[in-house]
Design a protein around this ligand. Structure first.
Ligand code: GLU
Ligand code: ZN
Length: 545
């Protein structure tokens, strides 16, 4: 068989030699050890929470080594394309502060290795497909969909392996003349791969987390180029990662079984394969069982986190705690530093699937937010509210100073309050600072007599002075307690609770419920200072009506 002739026959329109692309996309001029990484999502739906893991690892590896991190869009599956998905991918990663040096952006593509969208690279794939044909490493298959489908059914019935092999590989021995005739007749073909004898059955790859992994191939005549001329993912991956000079491919473990085909292709094409790292699938607890975090699970879409108002840092922080076993220790030792200062290491990654835990994420997030300044919280909150809670947005922008004062309560210092994990919780948290949102949501325990409650509130209303120091203020509450036979001293009370109606804490609670509507609130003295005397008195009085 004259393979060169065959190559010409199959790809007459290919304008360039593959060497043209080798020099168009030259080896990158980067310092020794610099890593070139990418994420290569397919625009087939919303971005899964799990995809932040390989993205963050890729970003860290590139960034820490002075390399390049880029975004490539793998849109070769026309049927599964979803409108708006590319935009969603870009915006989601942008929100989490995972920035690309090159690749697809909302406007144009940036970088010297463009295009970074696979559907725009068809000519390049054909060039390399032609190369494979000319070396006898790929062949055209003219089988109709029916033939393939019938074979599949027969194979299933005979309990044989499904695929294009042995007697089912109908086109493997077609002569050049036969092929030429079919082409002249306008028959469509798919291009199938012929792995070489060495890599045909199995390939051993060193995965950066898992070590040496041997994968066995079933040799089922894999397709490189579909009948519409569009490549399959695997072929495009090999060509792109080579030409974009990727050094490390970091992706989910669901791609581990594809590695054999990836490797076979790299070798057949004469490319040096990149290093691979397959990150374990994120697990969740379903009742008592561990299972994969699937698309149907709460928390599986990255967008949900944006909508709920998780700060970008909180999510990144949480993901880093799952990715690197020493991250939490580092954070404890360096509470002030940005996560990017942590020295991320492949060696500290585990090979078993991380367990996703909302409670832990929320704890991490509360901690992250407690370290922010009130102004920082305000800016992020208003940015979130402008998209997801218009009414709240109006409130926040109407009186910025006031909102910042409210957000300052309990903030700063080592004992910062850890009240909220997401921006969406702040509307409730802040609501009693706004009169038209204020309502009594918590009930005072019925064991307290309403006469006592009303007496306490009235007394407090008549002596409240905004200019009192916190000590004087509390002294007044103690006096009120004593006057109503509520013990003003907690120690004393505990020795003989039966002797009293209650204690000074109960009196504070009555006042707290009247003023904030809740049993729990930030420091009541400060809350009153922020609300101002007039509102405090109005609330105390209206509780008594
Ligand atoms: N297009 C694949 C995906 O959707 C990329 C796999 C890879 O990173 O090689 O995840
Ligand atoms: Zn065929």
């Amino acid at each position: 068989m004259d393979y060169r002739y065959l190559a010409e026959l199959l790809y007459p329109d290919v304008k360039h030699d593959y060497e043209y692309y080798e020099s168009l996309y030259p080896v990158r001029n980067l310092p020794e050890g610099a890593k070139v990484t990418r994420i290569a999502p397919s625009p087939t739906g919303y971005v899964h929470f799990g995809s932040i893991f390989p993205a963050l690892v890729s970003e860290r590896l590139a960034r820490q080594s002075g390399g390049v991190f880029y975004l490539r869009i793998e849109d070769t599956d026309e049927k599964r394309k979803v409108k708006g998905a590319i935009e969603d991918i870009i915006k989601s990663f942008d929100y989490f502060g995972i920035n690309f040096d090159e690749g697809v952006t909302l406007k144009e593509q940036k970088g010297n290795y463009e295009p970074y969208i696979q559907s725009q690279r068809v000519e390049i794939y054909h060039t390399f497909a032609k190369k494979l044909v000319s070396e006898g490493k790929a062949f055209p298959c003219f089988c109709s969909e029916e033939t393939i489908e019938n074979d599949k059914q027969l194979q299933a019935k005979n309990k044989e392996m499904i695929g294009y092999y042995g007697k089912y590989a109908h086109c493997i021995n077609l002569t050049c003349n036969e092929i030429e005739k079919k082409i002249k007749d306008g028959k469509k073909f798919v291009l199938r791969f012929l792995p070489d004898e060495v890599t045909k059955n199995n390939v051993t790859v060193t995965d950066l987390i898992r070590g040496a992994v041997t994968i066995t191939d079933d040799n089922t005549g894999r397709i490189l180029i579909k009948s519409d001329g569009v490549p399959t993912y695997h072929f495009a991956h090999a060509v792109d990662d080579h030409l974009m000079r990727t050094t490390h491919v970091v992706r989910g473990e669901e791609w581990l079984s594809s590695v054999i085909f990836n490797m076979q292709l790299f070798l057949a094409l004469g490319f040096k394969p990149p290093k691979y790292m397959h990150i374990s699938t994120l697990m969740t607890i379903d009742g008592v069982r561990k299972k994969k975090l699937s698309k149907r699970d709460k928390g599986s879409g990255l967008k949900e986190y944006i909508k709920n108002g998780y700060a970008a840092e909180s999510v990144v922080e949480y993901v880093l705690t799952l990715l690197n076993s020493n991250y939490e220790d580092w954070r404890r030792a360096n509470p002030e530093l940005h996560w990017s200062e942590f020295s991320f290491s492949i060696k500290k990654m585990g090979s078993s699937g991380s367990l996703f835990d909302f409670a832990k994420l929320n704890d991490v997030s509360k901690n992250v937010i407690s370290n922010m300044t009130a102004l920082d919280v305000y800016n992020r909150l208003i940015a979130w509210a402008s998209k997801f809670d218009k009414e709240f947005y109006e409130k926040l922008s109407y009186d910025k100073e006031y909102a910042i004062v409210v957000l300052s309560i309990g903030r700063g210092g080592p004992k910062s309050r850890k009240d909220f994990a997401v921006w969406s919780e702040l509307r409730h948290y802040m609501s009693f600072f706004y009169d038209n949102w204020f309502e009594i949501t918590d009930k005072i325990n019925e064991k307290f007599s309403s006469a006592d409650i009303i007496a306490a509130l009235k007394k407090f209303a008549s002596c409240y002075n905004e200019n009192d120091t916190q000590d004087i203020w509390f002294g007044k509450i103690k006096d009120i307690a004593a006057s109503l036979n509520y013990c003003p001293d907690m120690k004393l009370y505990k020795q003989n609770p039966e002797a009293y109606q209650g204690n000074v804490g109960d009196i504070s609670m009555f006042i707290r419920v009247a003023v904030t509507g809740r049993i729990n609130s930030p420091d009541l003295y400060t809350v009153m200072q922020v609300l101002g005397k007039e509102r405090v008195i109005v609330r105390l009085k209206s509780y008594c009506i």
